[in-house]
Design a protein around this ligand. Structure first.
Ligand SMILES: CC(C)(COP(=O)(O)OP(=O)(O)OC[C@H]1O[C@@H](n2cnc3c(N)ncnc32)[C@H](O)[C@@H]1OP(=O)(O)O)[C@@H](O)C(=O)NCCC(=O)NCCS
Length: 143
């Protein structure tokens, strides 16, 4: 289901994936089966999202971000891909982020650029993730 009030420019949307109001998906993005992309999300081009992923409202998935299968991303989680941002940054260096299978990221957390989160991790609400997260652990607050 692709809601008529969304702007989905990608043809790579899996079966049974639901995309709700005011979501923008750019043409290069690849999204798997059985996902739920809630309203007011933005998904850029160089993005790969696995199967059975839930992305709650108000999340931006920028270029260079890969999300595994069975991932939960809470409302207003913030990803980044530029470590030293400037307006019109001539020295922009894209840093890639990987979210592992079965991860859950709590509401309003910030994931700094270039982070790998292992599988089966839980990130508490409003955490700030500054370095890689090993598989299977729970992180609360600054990591
Ligand atoms: C982290 C979380 C998974 C709970 O884990 P838990 O091990 O059951 O933690 P507890 O509830 O037993 O709390 C343990 C301690 O951590 C604190 N804590 C729990 N979550 C916290 C958070 N997100 N930020 C800061 N501290 C937190 C508790 O206050 C408690 O502190 P205390 O020992 O000083 O009393 C949960 O609190 C959380 O953040 N879930 C995400 C919710 C969310 O964003 N949902 C999105 C969809 S609505």
């Amino acid at each position: 289901m692709i809601h008529e009030l969304s702007d989905v420019q990608s043809n790579s949307i899996g079966c049974n994936t639901r995309i709700w109001q005011s979501v923008v998906v750019l043409p290069g993005a690849i999204i798997g089966d059985d996902c739920n992309i809630c309203s007011h999300c933005f998904i850029e081009n160089d993005v790969r999202i696995g199967n059975n992923v839930t992305i709650k409202c108000g999340v931006q998935i920028w270029d260079g971000i890969t999300i595994g299968n069975d991932v939960f991303i809470g409302p207003n989680v913030t990803f980044c891909n530029d470590k030293y941002p400037k307006s019109g940054n001539k020295n922009f260096t894209l840093l890639k982020t990987v979210v592992g299978d079965n991860d859950s990221i709590g509401a309003n957390s910030t994931i700094l650029p270039g982070i790998t989160i292992g599988e089966n991790a839980i990130i508490g609400a409003a955490s700030v993730i500054t370095k890689d997260v090993p598989s299977g652990i729970k992180v609360i607050g600054k990591w």
